[in-house]
Design a protein around this ligand. Structure first.
Ligand SMILES: *[C@@H]1O[C@H](CO)[C@@H](O)[C@H](O)[C@H]1NC(C)=O
Ligand SMILES: *[C@@H]1O[C@H](CO)[C@@H](O)[C@H](O)[C@H]1NC(C)=O
Ligand SMILES: *[C@@H]1O[C@H](CO)[C@@H](O)[C@H](O)[C@H]1NC(C)=O
Ligand SMILES: [Fe+2]
Length: 434
């Protein structure tokens, strides 16, 4: 018995060495069914769908939903279980969609919090205790990265693998629930991710599946904005669809592929101002995430990111962005440093990681031959892990869901552009001047 237990444990350890079958002989698994999850809790007044996100320096936003409209938007917290030495009051919202009425959606910002510390908290003065760990103030810091999650058997497998790894923060470049207008699927998604999303901050940006427009009403992103409020106000943005945050020594920009991005848009003006504020001494790492990839050698979603790239690529290039992560294409692809369609040592490393496990299945057709800027590509479900080791070095790995096992299938070191000759101060200033 013990031996069997040990074997099972080994299988689930977050692997650190490249292993498993090579991409070529790997038999691609079929999509899995959407899980059928209870989306009403047993006791209807307990908090549900708890998730957390960073909300400015040393602060965290706690989000949850209650059926009880009188339930208070209060979080009590402290560093020992059951001993709540602090308390914060927040706000709440709700929305209607045809015949659906959402629960009361609570958003409470807590802090200031110590970094790299475990806090115990209770939502709405009722229900179970949750715990979270704040990210470290310095390197090393580890991010779990995965897009296009959905809520299928493969999503479950991906989330299980992530939960077995040590990481500080979850980055999600769009397409969360795949609710696609069925509002109760937003609730079941919230229930599915709660075990992870209540313990580590989830920083997300919107994908096309978050866009739910009803004819005649311009209420796109209604459910997404109500449920997944991100620190946009904290980062000087006027829209929940794009924002930035800083953690350890990284400045991370979450862009919106599904809102205006042309040179006269608010997003463009905000991006330019946000990039101008970046201090590479303080945050040597500069990352950008969004949904629709700009470089993509898969036949799926070809060209969908092109207009945004035409508008914004030179801004990111001038700022010396290190890593650019997208989702949307249901496969994994890692690119060279690229700019303007070519390999360029001063461009960002591009990565597409839209392989979280949604019901639409994998995007299996890649361009042949492989473009010079594409390094590694594979249509499999999985997740990525980015460990920023210090101000100059980061280690990226991609973990394939090999059936139900997590197999480390691609890995490489990235060095930050912050100390390279790429960020030519003069050129940067010219670009940034109004
Ligand atoms: C709803 O919440 C209020 C405030 O906490 C509480 O007094 C009331 O009993 C709750 N109602 C139900 C049905 O649980
Ligand atoms: C965070 O805390 C852990 C455990 O307490 C410690 O091992 C680690 O070095 C800390 N990390 C940082 C960056 O302070
Ligand atoms: C950063 O980490 C890399 C990889 O571990 C190491 O080679 C390098 O010396 C480190 N740099 C500093 C300044 O510590
Ligand atoms: Fe998508």
């Amino acid at each position: 018995m013990e031996f069997i237990g040990a074997t099972i444990l080994l299988v689930f350890l977050c692997p650190s060495a490249i292993g498993g079958r090579s991409g070529e002989d790997y038999v691609r698994p079929l999509p899995r069914e959407t899980l059928s999850l209870p989306w009403r809790p047993v006791r209807s007044s307990d908090p549900q769908q708890v998730h957390i996100s960073l909300a400015g320096i040393n602060h965290m936003r706690i989000t949850w939903i209650t059926d009880n409209k009188s339930s208070p938007s209060i979080v009590k917290y402290g560093t020992s279980p059951g001993e709540y030495t602090s308390s914060s009051q927040g706000e709440s919202t709700s929305y209607k969609y045809l015949f659906y009425n959402s629960g009361k959606i609570h958003h409470v910002v807590i802090g200031p919090l110590e970094s790299n510390t475990t806090y115990f908290y209770q939502c709405g003065e009722q229900g179970p205790e949750f715990q979270l760990k704040t990210p470290p103030a310095e390197f090393p810091i580890t991010f779990a990265v995965v897009g296009d999650l959905g809520q299928t058997g493969w999503t479950k497998s991906t989330l299980d693998h992530i939960s077995q790894c040590k990481y500080d923060l979850h980055l999600l470049p769009g397409d969360l629930s795949y609710a696609d207008y069925q509002q109760h699927l937003w609730d079941s998604f919230g229930t599915l991710v709660q075990p992870l999303a209540s313990t580590r901050p989830w920083m997300v940006t919107e994908g096309n599946h978050e866009k739910e427009s009803i004819l005649f009403f311009e209420s796109r992103f209604q459910a997404y904005n109500a449920r997944w409020k991100m620190p946009y106000q904290e980062s000087g943005s006027t829209s929940n669809l794009y924002y930035s945050f800083e953690v350890a020594g990284a400045h991370i920009i979450m862009l919106g592929s599904y809102t205006d991005y042309d040179e006269n848009s608010e997003q463009y003006a905000w991006l330019k101002a946000d990039l101008a504020k970046v201090d590479r001494e303080k945050t040597p790492w500069l990352l950008v995430l969004l949904h629709a990839p700009w470089y993509n050698s898969n036949w799926a979603h070809q060209g969908e990111g092109e207009a945004m790239m035409a508008s914004m690529e030179s801004l990111l290039y001038a700022a010396g962005v290190d890593i650019f992560i997208a989702g949307h294409v249901h496969a994994y692809e890692r690119m060279e440093r690229v700019f303007n369609g070519r390999v360029d040592p001063c461009g960002p490393v591009h990565i597409t990681i839209g392989d979280g496990g949604n019901r639409e299945g994998l995007a299996q057709r890649f361009f042949k031959p492989k473009p010079e800027w594409s390094v590694f590509r594979e249509a499999s479900f999985g997740h990525g892990k980015l460990k920023i080791v210090n101000s100059t070095h980061a280690f990226w790995s991609w973990h394939r869901n090999d059936n139900d096992e997590s197999v480390n299938s691609d890995e490489f070191w990235i060095t930050s552009l912050s100390t390279s000759g790429c960020i030519v101060r003069k050129g940067w200033k010219i670009l940034m001047s109004p």
